[in-house]
Every structure is written in structure tokens, then in C-alpha cells.
Design a protein around this ligand. Sequence first.
Ligand code: NAP
Length: 279
Amino acid sequence: MKNISVITGGCGGMGKAIAIELGKSTSVLLADIDKEKLCEVKNQLETLGIEADIFQCDVTDKNQVKSLSEFAVSLGSVKNVIHTSGVSPTLCKAKEVIMTNAIGTVNVTDAFAEVIAEGGTMINFSSVAAYQLETQDEWIDIFEQYYGSQELFDKLYELVEPFADNDFNCSGMAYCIAKRFVIYYSQMNVNRFAKRKARILSVSPGSHLTPMHQALIDLQPEIAQNQLADIPAGRWGHPYEISSLIGYLVSEQAFFLNGIDILQDGGQTARTFVTQIGC
Ligand SMILES: NC(=O)c1ccc[n+]([C@@H]2O[C@H](COP(=O)([O-])OP(=O)(O)OC[C@H]3O[C@@H](n4cnc5c(N)ncnc54)[C@H](OP(=O)(O)O)[C@@H]3O)[C@@H](O)[C@H]2O)c1
């Protein structure tokens, strides 16, 4: 049976780079919301000699995600699930940010927890933004109490509703909380995946040059400039730097890495939040 890597957000900047990386050793199943883009990316991958199936799927819809997992199983052994689908607060309002980033992660994690292969790896995409606000006990109470409930969306939205008169602050905060949830929910699932002899972890990218980040550069150039000034690396990350990290994380050499978040931000968080020596 062939090994399958499922990549949600497979047409996005990181998803496509990851497909190229994992396509070297497994067959790839790309999932994304836009059918035309899926066909385009499938063709691009095939010119590189990478076998790719595609599946149109809105990750906010539990039934569609369930169908995605069933399709993946019909193709082979689900070795890797890389959930990159997400939306940014630059382009989307708070409700969409929470729905796609938090509820989407629950849907994808829950569907694949049932079918991932022995020795498999699931990786959810969080963000450097998850580190930018101090995590409140109230958030964790909501994560733990409502993770499996229809009320999760409303409870997460209640946390940002007081900022609803300012779209910028409200969606920014929704993004930070939703991405904090992604890390926490991944950690809450370690045991569930271990029962299938599989692992689950999360990755938090800092600013990497993808269509999502390009939108920030184009629409909020001052914020982008300030972000760049905060990155010790002195440049944006590249999608291939994420895909090579993913290549390692799904490998056997990384088997002892489980239930953690990997922050790849060029040193931004440490420099921002930890007293620096020699400045
Ligand atoms: N790039 C960065 O600097 C950065 C930094 C921190 C975290 N991240 C996180 O890393 C992940 C990948 O980001 P990226 O930069 O590769 O973004 P991207 O280029 O915008 O890719 C995201 C993909 O997800 C798709 N998508 C959006 N809503 C969806 C839904 N409801 N169902 C299924 N697919 C959906 C998008 O489709 P459409 O384009 O058609 O909407 C897009 O193809 C995201 O979770 C993001 O939050 C990125």
C-alpha cells in the first residue's frame, strides 16, 4: 500500500512547498478550498514528477473534512497529515479567523485521529502570533471545557467580542488566541495519536514569504516594516525553510519529538520577550 501525505492548504505558499518536499518520498493528497487552484498546483507538481491527488475541502465543514479523511484512506496508508489551511487577520474578520484557524484545526485533527497510520505524524500550523499575548487561564479553561462542543466557536469569540468596534484589534486578537488554541489542542491529542502509535505536534512560523504574508506587506506596509525590524535574521523566512523543517519532523529521526510546538521565527520572539545580553 502506498504512503500518503495529506496537505491541507495545499495550494498555499507553505502547503505547496511541503508538497514538493514530501512528494519525494510519499504520494501527496492536496486539499484546499478552491478547485481551480487545486488543478493548477496538481499540474505544477506533476511537471516536477510528483504524483498528486486533489480534494476540494473547506476545513470549517466537519462533513467535508470527514470525506477528505475517507478519500485519503481509500488512496493508501495515511502517513503524514500536514494541516496548513488558515486565514490571516490582515484579510479576514475575527469570526472567520476563529472558524478557519481554530474550528478547522479541530475538524482536521479529529478526522485524522481516527485513520492515521502507525508511525504517522500529524502537524498543525500555529503561528508566532500565539506567543505574542500572554496566555490567560480563561483561554485554557475554554480550550479544555469546550474543545469537543458546538459552543467552542462562541466561547472563543466571546474572548475577542469586547474589541469588536475595532476590526484590526479584534481580528488580530482572534488570530493570537486561535493559534494558541492550535498548539494546545495538538498537545491535548498526544495520547489519542499515541494509541495509534502516531505523533502530533505543531509548528509556529514567523513571517515567511507566502501569499498570506505578501498581503500583509502590500496592505499594511508599516506593520510589515516593524515586523522585519524585529527579526534578528534580518529577512523574511522562505517557504522552503518550513518545508525542510517538515521533512525532518515527519522523519524517523524525529520520532521522539511529540506534543511540542516548534517555533521557527528567525529569533523574533526571543529578542522581543527575553532580556537581551549585549544590546
Ligand atoms: N506566511 C506566514 O508568514 C505565516 C506566519 C505564521 C503562521 N502562518 C500560518 O501558516 C499556515 C500556512 O500559511 P501560508 O502562509 O502558506 O498561507 P497561504 O499561502 O494563504 O495558504 C493558506 C491556504 O489555506 C487555504 N484556505 C483558507 N481557508 C480555507 C478553508 N476554510 N478550507 C481550506 N483551505 C483554506 C487558502 O486558500 P485561499 O487562498 O483560496 O483562501 C490557502 O490556499 C497558516 O495556517 C498560517 O496561519 C503563516
